[in-house]
Design a protein around this ligand. Structure first.
Ligand code: GCO
Ligand code: MG
Length: 417
């Protein structure tokens, strides 16, 4: 753009960068997404994802009612100041709703900055550290044999890393098992009720991974998500029992409110641990990182206050040899995926990126330029984060309330989901 004709819009002055419009777009092309679109006086727009699965309208209202009035008239180029204004200035800090709203603004402003600079986001962050971001796909099956077939299909498609989940004998609806066309946990207006049995689960998981190594060999990276279901000592037992199968990581092995629990797991096992998809800030993982109780931090851009905050978190993690492993389920929109991939392309202590395919409807509403090649996702060179929203198409998919399931024990008591 530096040699563009003189008629090209100027972005040089704070007047050109003034935010003149900001709106929240709620759409449901297969599942619900909340998107923020910010436009400057010089006509550049940026978008940010604000989706919080099952609680979408809380973030939409936070943005609409409490953030948008503050944006109009401000300089879109003051990204750091905007972050501090929304975080410190709100008085009420942290929490998933607040941090998702802040993330949406932050990502939209980085997108605008990239477009104004005519540079892809990874370039603004400091340039490429790698050619593509290693991703893992989701294989699941009602039993071990089906899960192994599913892993095989991912390997055939070129995936180098696969997360594997299988049904638990005697448990009707285990975590992560699809009911047909792909896994999407928020399927009903009111939460589906599932029943959990820890003992049966602890028996089946080592058998699953023994079978996966026997069927698929030592090369493929294998991952597993416990989804916060175990007590610390149960998690320690599981982590130890899967050691022979060298998992890339064991995720959310125990709820992280009690961070001491991770010390117990560490005392008993050398299986790598990942945690953090439900965290919102560096303060949620500070203890885990500085005590080297985890190996991968999963907090991602949309729920962790955007690029501005995640950059700080990743740098802090790097000091302690903790690598990134961003959450990337289908409830994170392609906007988050695009922004995350630029981040992954730059961040020196990258580990892996979760990747689930969005539906064709979602991909059409959010045109993007990242592509999967050889088990890695590659970002394009479109200025900004490379993802846009087709507002006319988005309007065709009205919001449909959906909540995540809940888990109960066999005696009916509530359990962790
Ligand atoms: C994962 C996650 C998801 C979450 C979902 C919640 O590791 O991908 O655990 O499946 O449950 O993103 O909204
Ligand atoms: Mg998870």
């Amino acid at each position: 753009m530096s040699n563009a004709a003189s008629t090209a819009p100027s972005h040089g002055s704070s007047r050109d960068r003034e935010i003149v419009d900001a709106k929240v777009i709620v759409t449901s092309p297969g599942r619900n997404f909340v998107t923020l679109k910010i436009t400057t006086r010089s006509g550049v727009h940026g978008i940010g994802d604000a989706t919080l699965n099952g609680r979408e309208l809380a973030v939409a209202s936070y943005l609409q009612d409490h953030v948008l009035p503050n944006l109009i008239g401000r300089d879109a180029g003051r990204i750091e100041d905007m972050w501090q204004f929304l975080y410190r200035g709100a008085y009420w800090r942290r929490g998933p709703v607040t941090m998702s709203a802040i993330a949406a603004v932050d990502v939209a402003l980085w997108d605008i900055l990239g477009k104004m600079a005519d540079m892809p986001l990874y370039q603004l962050l400091g340039g490429r550290s790698r050619e593509g971001a290693l991703v893992y796909g989701h294989a699941n099956g009602r039993d071990i044999a089906e899960a192994s077939d599913a892993v095989g299909r991912f390997i055939e498609q070129g995936f180098l890393a696969v997360r594997a989940q299988c049904g638990v004998p005697g448990v009707k609806k285990a975590y992560g098992i699809s009911s047909g066309k792909g896994y999407e946990p928020a399927e009903s207006e009111l939460p589906a009720e599932t029943v959990w049995n820890t003992a049966r689960y602890l028996d089946v998981v080592p058998q699953l991974f023994a079978r996966l190594r026997a069927d698929h060999g030592p090369q493929v990276e294998l991952l597993h998500d416990v989804h916060h279901r175990l007590s610390p000592i149960e998690a320690a037992r599981l982590a130890r029992s899967v050691e022979p199968y060298r998992l890339f990581w064991l995720e959310d092995a125990t709820p992280a409110e009690n961070q001491k629990g991770f010390e117990l797991i560490r005392q008993h096992s050398v299986t790598a641990l990942a945690v953090g998809e439900v965290f919102n800030s560096i303060w949620d993982c500070k203890h885990l990182i500085e005590n080297q109780l985890i190996d991968y931090i999963r907090t991602t851009i949309v729920h962790g206050g955007g690029i501005t905050h995640l950059r700080r978190l990743a740098d802090f993690a790097a000091l302690h040899q903790v690598r990134t492993g961003f959450h990337g389920a289908t409830d994170l929109s392609p906007v988050t995926m695009g922004a995350a991939l630029h981040f992954d392309t730059w961040v020196p202590n990258f580990g892996i990126q979760e990747y689930m395919f969005h539906t064709d409807e979602t991909d059409a509403v959010f045109p993007h330029d990242y592509v999967l090649r050889g088990g890695r996702l590659h970002v394009g060179d479109t200025p900004g984060h490379g993802v846009d929203i087709d507002e006319a198409l988005a309007a065709k998919y009205p919001y449909a309330p959906k909540q995540l399931p809940v888990a109960r024990l066999e005696d009916g008591a509530m359990w962790d989901w």
